[in-house]
Design a protein. Structure first.
Length: 441
């Protein structure tokens, strides 16, 4: 008999079906046993007599007849709550061992390390799985938004020969007798590809050897990158990014209603246009609101980001805000300096709900200017030889942005730690399992 999915059963009353899935919960009342069976489409109550012994999370096949439940036993919380399966046969496909904790709860009341230690099991929990259903919609919406604007997807390499953007937070790897590195960003590749394709995007894993364990940093993260040419100014980049963000929110709202309700989450509120202010303006606002004088700082601290987001929400009706004009010398060599004051660059961060979501801006496209910057930044031409090829032979004015997938997911659902928004988080203490657990005493 062909398999029927749980989500298809509501239209099969009085029919005999074969269901295959996992045992969610078991309620044994002597001869009569109730089993909640789950698959990728939902959960349904099954009832039978003299059934073989089975444990929660076991994989089973159930053959039975779909019947309407008595009115007083209807479960309004389930899409299948008006029906049940009267079991005729239960076949155990894979028997689960004893569980380390109760998986039958709506919410797993576990500390984060335990939640991650048993990731293969805890992801079966509906509320945990909901995080990544939302995340999948965010990725798909990012893709679709840019495809609608005639962007082409590409895949950037993860192994690079040099570290042209500078910084010590990079993983060095052996490469057939040579030194290589894990990529911190696909930036140089996506800029290079503007000349052959004009508009490109990618969904990439990026690697940062940041020696920190915070609620907002991961060693391996997912970056949603876009770059495009023939822009008139850095503001074209903001317009494209805002369009993408609004498209993502719209798709999450349409497709993730159930998942948002699980977390009592609402999408970030937006004003008619996401506000844009310069770094120094943001720092002045922070000084006037709090008395903390950060007006000479080179960047916003986490506390500053939270404060300026509070201001944007209160004064502009937006939980997102663009911060522009960061110090040119504190950014990579390819940033485009503002002609009115080259001390500051057309570099822009998007902050959302108190945290940086993205970075972007306009890039240099003049070959000689890039060469001059390489010298000023103390970098070597040979480290960006392939990148320079593109600009030597002509590249249009260009710009782009990169969104952090895990941070977006985290702050849509208001999770407390970014590791909750990563299927298999990597950090100083973990690669799948806790690294300390693998140390030899």
């Amino acid at each position: 008999m062909q398999r029927t999915l749980v989500g298809e059963t509501v239209n099969k009353v009085a029919e005999t079906v074969r269901l295959e899935g996992w045992v969610d919960t078991i309620r044994d009342h002597g001869k009569i046993t109730f089993i909640d069976l789950k698959d990728r489409t939902g959960i349904i109550q099954c009832v039978g007599v003299n059934l073989p012994k089975v444990s929660p999370e076991s994989v089973v096949a159930i053959i039975g007849t779909i019947a309407k439940r008595p009115e007083k036993l209807i479960n309004q919380e389930l899409e299948t709550g008006q029906i049940e399966v009267q079991i005729e046969k239960l076949e155990i496909i894979s028997l689960a061992g004893e569980l380390p904790f109760d998986m039958g709860q709506k919410e797993l009341n576990l500390d984060l390390p335990t939640l991650l230690d048993y990731r293969a099991l805890t992801l079966r929990n509906a509320k945990q799985a909901a995080i990544f259903k939302v995340q999948a919609v965010v990725v798909e919406a990012f893709r679709q938004a840019l495809i609608k604007k005639d962007f082409m997807e590409f895949q950037a390499p993860s192994i690079i020969s040099a570290v042209p953007e500078g910084g010590a937070e990079v993983f060095k790897v052996g490469y057939f007798g040579y030194s290589a590195y894990l990529s911190q960003s696909p930036q140089l590749y996506k800029s290079l590809l503007v000349s052959p394709f004009e508009r490109v995007f990618s969904v990439n894993h990026i690697f940062r050897a940041e020696p920190s364990v915070t609620t907002r940093h991961l060693t391996e993260a997912t970056s949603l990158d876009a770059e495009f040419g023939f822009i008139d100014s850095w503001k074209d980049v903001l317009e494209m990014e805002e369009y993408v963000i609004r498209f993502i929110f719209s798709e999450v709202e349409k497709k993730c209603d159930k998942e948002l309700k699980m977390y009592d989450a609402t999408l970030p509120k937006l004003s008619q246009k996401i506000p844009v202010i310069k770094l120094r303006e943001a720092q002045q606002i922070i000084f006037e609101r709090t008395g903390r004088d950060v007006r000479d700082e080179k960047d916003l601290s986490p506390e500053d980001e939270r404060e300026i987001c509070r201001w944007a929400s209160e004064e502009k009706g937006s939980e997102l805000i663009f911060i522009s004009h960061f110090l040119t010398k504190k950014k990579p060599f390819y940033v485009y300096p503002d002609p009115e004051d080259p001390t500051y660059a057309f570099s822009v961060d998007l902050l959302g709900r108190g945290v940086e979501w993205s970075s972007g801006g306009q890039r240099l496209n003049d070959y000689n200017s890039i060469l001059n910057n390489l010298k000023e930044w103390g970098l070597k031409e040979k480290d960006v030889e392939l990148y320079l090829q593109s600009f030597k032979f002509g590249t249009p004015p260009l710009g782009g942005f990169a969104l952090g997938l895990e941070r977006i997911t985290m702050h849509i659902l208001k999770l407390s730690n970014i590791r909750e928004a990563s299927l298999f988080p990597r950090d100083l203490e973990r690669i799948d399992t806790r690294l300390s657990a693998n140390k030899t005493p």
